[in-house]
Design a protein around this ligand. Structure first.
Ligand SMILES: Nc1ncnc2c1ncn2[C@@H]1O[C@H](COP(=O)(O)OP(=O)(O)OP(=O)(O)O)[C@@H](O)[C@H]1O
Length: 262
């Protein structure tokens, strides 16, 4: 499970993530939604330990990321928004390299690789150089690499980019299968709201680095007043309302600056 408390990150004077609290139990797909620049990637990268927060705590399966970074990362799989892979390796070399990093036993690595390449339709490219792969094939390979060590927490940033419709279907059903036996938690950020609607048990909506709504789709519908709406309608209503509240707060604050009063 994932427990996040008071996560905060500034870039210079700009606050990218502002006091985020999250709890993701095992067996749950948890969606992190928000407009461009809302702070989703920064939040997910802090949860995986790739960016250090200015303040706040992240605990992964009982391991505090600040105090036990290796133990916390050992159980975390990360699929970033762009597939960074070593182009000059073959599929097998790349996956064996990952197995080595996680100190997996060679026969277990071989079994897992076979299983994952079959699942992701890459078996016939096992000996091909990654540089010959399309964007979607690289994305499938990144999924294989992240799942190889059987993480208990999977953090996924924009998983659908580059995938064809068959890939979309595979990933959506895979997410539900991975959490079905309650051994894994998935934290997922996406702009593809149809995917979030289909796979997420609960959702937070972030805007300007802050959580502006959280709950199941049903709860978000109630909160937004869009009781029959789909997630897109609910998302647009909530983000528009939070933007209007923010604009009003800024106007009130700066509209009453001493120098501007008559
Ligand atoms: N390294 C950095 N230096 C300065 N500002 C940054 C840096 N990384 C992110 N930001 C800023 O922090 C804010 C949040 O960025 P982030 O990438 O987390 O947003 P996001 O919600 O993932 O957006 P998108 O949906 O467009 O991918 C943005 O305004 C971005 O410009």
């Amino acid at each position: 499970m994932v427990r996040v408390r008071g996560l905060h990150k500034k870039y210079g004077d700009f606050t990218a993530v502002d006091h985020i609290d999250l709890d993701v139990p095992r067996g749950e797909v948890f969606g992190v939604l928000g407009p461009n620049g809302a702070g989703k990637t920064t939040t997910l990268r802090m949860i995986t330990g790739l960016i250090a927060p200015d303040r706040g705590d992240v605990v992964i399966d009982g391991h505090d990321l600040g105090r036990e970074p290796v133990n916390a990362r050992r159980v975390t799989g990360f699929i970033p928004d762009r597939p960074y892979v070593y182009d000059k390796l073959t599929t097998l070399e790349y996956l064996r390299f990952i197995g080595g990093l996680y100190k997996m036993k060679a026969n277990h690595v071989a079994d897992r690789i076979d299983e994952l390449l079959t699942l992701f339709g890459l078996k016939e490219w096992a000996d091909s150089l990654i540089e010959s792969f399309s964007h979607g094939m690289k994305q499938r390979l990144v999924f294989c690499g992240a799942l190889l060590p059987e993480p208990s927490v999977l953090v996924v940033d924009e998983p659908m980019v580059g995938l064809d419709p068959r890939g979309h279907r595979l990933i959506k059903s895979l997410f539900r299968e991975l959490v079905a036996d309650k051994k894994m938690s998935i934290l997922l950020s996406t702009h593809t709201l149809e995917v979030a609607e289909e796979v997420c048990d609960r959702i937070v909506i972030i805007n300007h680095g802050r959580i502006v709504a959280r709950g199941s789709l049903g709860e978000l519908r109630l909160e937004s007043g869009q009781t029959d709406g789909n997630l897109e309608q609910v998302f647009l209503r909530i983000t528009e309302e939070s933007q209007a509240e923010r604009d009003q707060a800024v106007a009130e604050r700066f509209g009453h600056e001493p120098g501007e009063r008559s």
